[in-house]
Design a protein around this ligand. Structure first.
Ligand code: ADP
Length: 257
């Protein structure tokens, strides 16, 4: 916890102030910018985002190792959480002219989760899909309510979500891309710490291989499931499955099943 507050103070605060300064300049508050200056500042801002996300991942890793990762579980509608996550990666997608296509069911999809941690997992999956997609590619994000466990859930995950209550449904998010895909031999390993698939050339914006490992820990704490399959059209498709949550009639607040 000491490490946590130290890092937060010494690294996160100056990073946030750098971000604000760059943003002020990009908004041309101190004065007008040439196109070249604007481009350089945009690159600077992207590096700041990457650094912030790396610091966040390292902090999470230290929390996991110290066993002090905390979750606030509540019944939540998955749809707005996915919308929030997509809003977070829109700039990154725009930079590569990637189209983010979404499909949501009409009604809510109630799940039991810690909202901000689940947004973090979806940002990780959708951010990776954008990162590994070719320029001008397409990334699909779908949300659905599943009555039973989907057929592809790997064996290691099957006992965690268990069976659904009579009238409950699992929440299922799928993120598909048309990138290089992940070979079968690495489909489990990519969820290990620091594991990255070796490729001929370095992918711009690649981190240190912590995002999926943290996502897996978060999903385990939710007794859900996270896995990857080949996308039928090329590339890969990540799945996130969450247990159902429900609305309590007496208080109209959401509680977990
Ligand atoms: P990072 O992306 O920072 O390296 P992650 O833990 O999020 O860390 O991902 C680990 C590795 O899994 C990536 O380095 C990459 O090799 C592989 N990977 C993840 N998502 C995708 C994807 N959508 N397409 C291809 N490879 C992926």
């Amino acid at each position: 916890k000491d490490f946590d507050s130290h890092v937060s103070h010494e690294l996160k605060a100056p990073l946030a102030s750098m971000r604000e300064t760059i943003q002020l300049m990009l908004d041309q508050v101190p004065g007008p910018l040439t196109d070249k200056q604007k481009r350089l500042l945009e690159l600077n801002l992207q590096s700041e985002y990457r650094l912030t996300s790396m610091v966040r991942n390292l902090l999470d890793l230290s929390r996991i190792e110290a066993g002090v990762m905390e979750y606030e579980m509540r019944g939540q509608d998955l749809v707005p959480l996915v919308r929030n996550a997509i809003a977070e990666i829109e700039v990154q997608a725009g930079e590569k002219q990637i189209q983010l296509l979404t499909a949501f069911p009409e009604g809510p999809v109630m799940v039991e989760c810690d909202a901000s941690r689940i947004v973090q997992v979806i940002v990780n999956l959708a951010g990776n899909a954008v990162k590994f997609s070719p320029k001008r590619g397409t990334v699909h994000v779908h949300v659905e309510a599943a009555r039973s466990l989907p057929p592809g859930v790997p064996r290691r995950w099957r006992p965690l979500p268990g069976a659904v209550a009579k009238d409950g449904c699992f929440g299922l998010v799928t993120v598909s891309d048309l990138g290089p895909g992940i070979p079968d031999s690495e489909k489990e390993k990519v969820f290990d710490r620091f594991h990255q698939v070796k490729r001929d050339k370095k992918i711009a914006g690649q981190g240190v291989g912590l995002g999926l490992a943290i996502s897996r820990t978060i999903v385990e704490a939710h007794r859900g499931a996270i896995w990857v399959e080949d996308n039928p059209g090329g590339g890969c498709r990540f799945f996130l499955l969450l247990r159902p949550g429900e609305v309590r009639d007496d208080e109209r607040t959401y509680t977990a099943v």
